[in-house]
Ligand binder design. Structure first.
Ligand code: PLP
Length: 399
């Protein structure tokens, strides 16, 4: 029997750069001790108080069908949070609750792209982006954010690629680079969207993980509220990855359109999960900071370690739970380096190539293990790179 092309073609074919990851997983399954710095998931679990709220909600009977758009209380809580963070008036009619950010990305593209439309996205990208776009029948068109521009996308390059496009997908703070888009970048992107009449899909799932500078939501810029769909999630901000709870914030007509889609796809998010999300959001910034704190600490540690060597060049990043490291001094590409590191030291990192062409010659390190083990693994990575590059052991301070 034939299966649908829409799904068989989702990943675009060919090596997707995830071989190192699967190899590390096989080694672990075979009983080897591998230090995993691959996946973007916290090493802490969901806060017990959130679990208590979830349990209480389930015991209170919130286990039946939930409202498809999301419960009034969660939509209100998300609207209040977004309004407080951006100043843009936002009500529950601007919010659709989704089963996580990934479902929100898929639904947002479904809402604005018809079959055969071109959807722009920035390379390097979160691994699912091109497949998400293909999944709604649209054509993914990448725009490079280049290492020589510190991985800030260039609005002029987006403009040059925008002919005939319907939408643009951006992500700041960025996975995989950790870069937070500057005001200049966000202003330039907004200008291109207005000039080219593009929908902007702004993936802001790391908005609570900003270590330096500020997160600017483009929905708040002039003329952007009517053309921006913001994707948010409880996964990263509250260590609720397994609860599958996220949202889309956008114009009310777009949300009404998306509710029709949700009625025919997800049929909403479990009520007890939504109640737990309301409880979590009510805890405000202190809980978000507690969840983000380990990454803030490890980033500071990484800066010290990276400053004390001169082979690996860190991408100047200000947010998210990742470090992107330029390892071109070693003479290897990202995949070659990641494979060699796994063989030599049983440390698994992601090749930059897993996230698109722009990050070739880099590796992404997830800061998702305890501080001591993380520090040790990063020092080993740097020493290994120095050895490969034939340079002397680390001495020189990078300024
Ligand atoms: N967007 C980005 C940039 C991500 O890194 C992730 C997960 O790693 C997601 C969206 C999806 O997250 P979730 O579906 O858990 O909300």
């Amino acid at each position: 029997m034939e299966l649908s092309h829409r799904i068989t073609h989702l990943t675009g074919g060919g090596s997707d750069g995830w071989d190192v990851f699967y190899r590390a997983r096989r080694m672990i399954a075979a009983g080897e001790c591998v230090t995993e710095l691959t996946i973007g998931e916290h090493d802490i679990r969901t806060h017990p108080a959130i679990l208590d709220a979830m349990h209480a909600a389930a015991k209170a009977g919130h286990t039946g069908y939930a409202m498809v758009p999301g419960s009034d209380s969660l939509r209100d809580a998300v609207a209040a949070r977004v309004q407080a963070r951006t100043g843009v008036p936002t009500t529950r009619d601007n919010v659709l609750v989704t089963p996580g950010g990934q479902a929100a990305l898929f639904a947002a593209h479904h809402a604005v792209c018809d079959e055969g439309d071109t959807a722009l996205y920035i390379d390097p990208y979160y691994a699912t982006y091109p497949g998400t776009i293909r999944g709604v029948g649209a054509l993914p068109r990448p725009v490079m954010a280049r290492p020589e521009n510190a991985f800030q996308p260039d609005p002029a390059e987006i403009d040059a690629a925008a002919e005939g496009a319907t939408s643009l997908l951006i992500n700041s703070p960025n996975n995989p680079t950790g870069v937070v888009y500057s005001r200049r970048t966000i202003d330039g992107i907004a200008q291109v969207c207005r000039d080219r009449d593009l929908w902007l899909i702004s993936d802001e799932v790391y908005d609570t993980q900003v270590w330096e500078g500020e997160h600017i939501s483009p929905r708040a810029l002039p003329g952007m509220t009517a053309r921006t769909l913001v994707v948010g999630s409880m996964s990263k901000s509250h260590a609720m990855t397994g609860s599958r709870c996220g949202w889309i914030v956008g114009p009310d007509e777009a949300i009404a359109h998306l509710i029709t889609l949700a009625t025919h796809t997800t049929y909403g998010v479990p009520g007890y999960i939504q109640d737990a999300a309301v409880f979590a959001l009510e805890q405000g910034a202190p809980l978000e900071e507690e969840v983000a704190a380990p990454f803030r600490r490890r980033r500071a540690l990484a800066r010290e370690i990276l400053a004390a060597q001169n082979t690996v060049v860190p991408v100047p990043s200000q947010g998210a739970m990742y470090l992107m490291l330029d390892i071109r001094e070693t003479g290897l590409d990202g995949e070659g380096f990641a494979n060699a590191l796994l063989d030599a030291h049983r440390i698994a990192v992601m090749p930059g190539e897993s996230f698109g062409a722009a990050a070739a010659g880099h590796v992404r390190v997830a800061m998702t293990i305890d501080d001591d083990a993380f520090g040790r693994a990063l020092r080993t990575l740097c020493d290994f790179a120095a050895g490969l590059a034939g340079s002397r052991p680390p001495t020189k301070l990078r300024t």
